[in-house]
Design a protein around this ligand. Structure first.
Ligand SMILES: [Zn+2]
Ligand SMILES: [Zn+2]
Length: 287
């Protein structure tokens, strides 16, 4: 038997890798509040809305500001909810209309966002050890198509096929992170229609980042789960079935809607889903 560096026998090696456990967290990584010019709920109201809907993780990503993050953190402190700091770097001038980048895990505001290159935005995000996700690519695909293989881009938001003719399924088998974010401004129905399930080793901000960087994420949309073969397999091992969400119990009774702080709108009826709330998220061994 060969001997390598003092290890004398392969027979003494473990027969399998140690089992790893992942906790499945329900997440939205693109959320606006009253700190955006087009958000209508305060950070506290937004946290409460997503908490009541069973979310474990919420990124606050207002347009070109992270000023709402501290209020969101305070509002979530007694809920066990994880707040991811960030912002949506939003470029509005003519050639950059709707060319937006969701910066995640950034504690400082992205300093410069006008008249700079996309790569410069990502360099700023990365200098803060953040992750940058191309927002709603399908809205202006002609502007993003030249970047489809850019090495500095961390990930792309995927879309609802029913909302656009642009196919984003290629992202699932690419090197990129993919997220089905809500881009929440005020649409309460979206809260139960879309989310990301992220498989974390640790229920912390760093644990969520680690899961994203290692693409341990599946996206949920209207009863369907999507993701890379690897992530879907991992989710299967953790939840028993990749179609679990199709078999969820019926939603709980409607909860009174908090009043928006500014623009009054007709909200209509909606339902919350408490099925994966916080510590009730399943933990299953994965080999
Ligand atoms: Zn946007
Ligand atoms: Zn947005």
């Amino acid at each position: 038997m060969l001997s390598l560096a003092g290890i004398t026998s392969p027979a003494s090696f473990p027969q399998s890798l140690p089992e790893r456990t992942y906790q499945v967290l329900k997440c939205n990584f693109h959320t606006h509040t009253t700190y955006s010019n087009d958000g209508i709920y305060t950070p506290t109201q937004t946290v409460n809305l997503f908490y009541d809907a069973g979310f474990d993780v919420l990124a606050i990503t207002d347009h070109n500001t992270n000023a709402g993050v501290s209020e969101a953190r305070a509002a979530s402190a007694d809920k066990g909810m994880i707040i991811i700091p960030g912002e949506e770097v939003s470029c509005y001038w003519s050639d950059w209309t709707n060319k937006h980048v969701v910066a995640l895990f950034t504690e400082k505001k992205i300093g410069q966002w006008q008249n700079i290159s996309v790569e410069t935005i990502f360099n700023d995000v990365h200098s803060q050890n953040g992750i940058g996700i191309i927002a709603h690519y399908w809205v202006t695909p002609e502007k993003w198509n030249p970047y489809l293989n850019a090495t500095y881009i961390d990930g792309w938001e995927v879309n609802n096929p029913k909302e656009s003719n642009i196919d984003t399924n290629w992202v699932y088998t690419s090197k990129y992170i993919y997220l089905r974010n809500q881009d929440f401004h005020s649409d309460l129905n979206s809260i139960t229609q879309y989310c990301n399930y992220v498989l974390v080793e640790n229920r912390t901000v760093e644990g969520v980042k680690d899961a994203l960087l290692n693409k341990r994420v599946v996206v949920y949309e209207n009863g369907e789960l999507y993701g890379s073969p690897y992530a879907l397999s991992l989710n299967l091992k953790n939840q028993g079935s990749i179609s679990t969400t199709k078999n969820l119990p019926p939603p709980s009774a409607p909860i009174a809607t908090p009043a928006p702080t500014s623009i009054p709108i007709l909200l209509g009826s909606f339902y919350f889903d408490k099925t994966s709330k916080n510590q009730n998220s399943p933990i299953v061994s994965v080999s």
